[in-house]
Design a protein around this ligand. Sequence first.
Ligand SMILES: Nc1ncnc2c1ncn2[C@@H]1O[C@H](COP(=O)(O)OP(=O)(O)O)[C@@H](O)[C@H]1O
Ligand SMILES: Nc1ccn([C@@H]2O[C@H](COP(=O)(O)OP(=O)(O)O)[C@@H](O)[C@H]2O)c(=O)n1
Length: 208
Amino acid sequence: MIVTIDGVAASGKSSVSSGVARALGIPYVSSGLLYRAATLLGLEAGVDLHDAQALLALLDTHAPRLEPLAEGNRVWAGERELTDALHSSRVDAGVSVVAVLPELRAWVDAQLRTLPEPFVAEGRDMGTNVFPQAGAKFYLTASPRIRAERRARERPEDIPAIEAALIRRDAKDKVQSAPAPDATVIDTGPLTLEGVIGVILEGLGKGS
Ligand SMILES: Nc1ncnc2c1ncn2[C@@H]1O[C@H](COP(=O)(O)OP(=O)(O)O)[C@@H](O)[C@H]1O
Ligand SMILES: Nc1ccn([C@@H]2O[C@H](COP(=O)(O)OP(=O)(O)O)[C@@H](O)[C@H]2O)c(=O)n1
């Protein structure tokens, strides 16, 4: 079984996916971390983030891989753990440039498609492009202000700056971020994290 949880930036995808996956006793997979890893490696090497061939060469050398732990996904490049470096504002600002490159999308999709079921997959296009056959699909939204308030707890910038950056990133990610026609859309604005997890478990027939 595959459950997909897509949505806009900072809508709660990874926290909700982790909670749902733990309740189901299965792993979750955070596809955005692979786009973030490619971006980080590109920034560190000083390559142009529009240059797909240069990025693919770096990915060939460093071979970043996702470890889909239920308590929080990790990313490794050989012995080096990249996870903590993937959520900087610098990576936030560059990742959408990398994510529009078809070659980079193919690299991420190929990694995800080798994973053994069952799992919860979160990102932008899990329910549309990567796992259209998924048994259950959800799509998370919330207003930019609410998302910025939540993310402000994890970033040094103030709420208006974070809100503006989220709106910019949503616009750049728009092509791959359309909800699947068969996804249940959840406005997480009025809900707690536990509330969103509860709605999804209910939708899966696993509610308490
Ligand atoms: N429904 C919610 N209510 C309150 N805070 C939430 C909710 N959903 C997520 N959060 C918090 O918002 C922040 C962003 O969530 P995260 O899971 O990282 O989103 P995404 O993976 O979509 O970027 C986290 O600090 C998370 O704990
Ligand atoms: N399935 C996916 C997942 C992420 N992405 C890209 O990767 C970036 C980071 O995704 P993320 O899910 O880690 O970001 P947040 O929503 O957590 O801020 C997004 O802004 C998209 O550019 C994508 O294009 N497709």
